[in-house]
Design a protein around this ligand. Sequence first.
Ligand code: AMP
Length: 376
Amino acid sequence: MTAFPLSPNATIGLVGGGQLGRMSALAAARLGYRCHILTRETDSPAAQVSHAVTISDYSEPNSLRAFAQAVDVISFEFENVSAEGLDLLASIRPVRPAPSVLRISQDRLDEKTFLNGAGAATAPWAPVGSLAELQAAVQRIGLPAVLKTTRLGYDGKGQATLRTVDDLAPAFERLNPKPLVLEGFVDFAQEISVVLARGADGVIASFDTVENRHRAHILDLTLAPARVPDAISAAAQDIARRVAVALDLVGLLAVEMFVDATGKVLVNEIAPRPHNSGHWTIDACPASQFEMHIRAIAGLPLPPAVRHSDAVMKNLIGPEGMALWPAAVATPGLIPHLYGKSEALPGRKMGHVTRLFPRNALPGDFGIAAALGPLA
Ligand code: AMP
């Protein structure tokens, strides 16, 4: 039986071998824990810095069983494990966040139903199973709209923007036969997010609301704190807390939101794990999102999620991102992070840099560009 809080030297099992697992494992090591990674990849970013690794498909019962038996608690950096796999893991060791939380975040329809039920507004949406249903949904929601696969979409993969009625059939053909959802297009003023941790005792530590800028559907920059009116930032915090409580979350939660032209805050999606828009916390907060993740699942107390500095985080993506690496390590003031991936495929997140500013002194766009120097 696992006792909480985990003792020093206990082993945390992390499902997924990417950079989120790597940075969680680094935070765990600092707290005296070992990490055991379950991943499909050889030489994964997380396994490179961890105590042990199981290389296996996420649905192979024997590997899942052996992995669970080798660890004290199980968490995730990658949430798309099958329902049966989750149940198997949970039958052997505590799984944090609970499988029920992961199931909600795995499916955009379950997620939106849950969010609306928890009182969090979203863009209007409708399930789409056929071209006729898509036409009916467009009648109701209007154009432009975004057609998305309900499962396994990220960074703009598995989605199509519909601008005219001529776009409907080709988009449906491309994404069919996967289950789909149509969302109203949000003409957003800003994209923002909140990352928070919640302990088993219900204590919440929530990082400041941040602003996210995307390029080609992939996060490019995070500005901490978000440059939005206090009321909008507070509304975002309130939504994130409400969602965490409704999920009965134990662990970390990221809530991605749109601020529409009228200042209304709409949830885009949630992720019950560390999030790219929380990377700035490694350098700008005494306890980062990764430390909060480990503390929450290990049953350690959660310190306040304060920031000592303002920050800008820039992702290094694909070959273009790697071409900037020499400048990232050579430019004073930039704090470089590299994830250990061997191949810089287009669109792949290879690393990031953080630039700190005194608290409450985040500059405007020109100042940020100047501070990022050759990386702007
Ligand atoms: P997602 O994969 O749902 O996180 O979407 C990736 C990005 O696509 C978001 O961060 C937005 O920039 C854009 N996007 C997604 N859904 C919508 C929407 N309904 N309206 C406007 N932009 C969207």
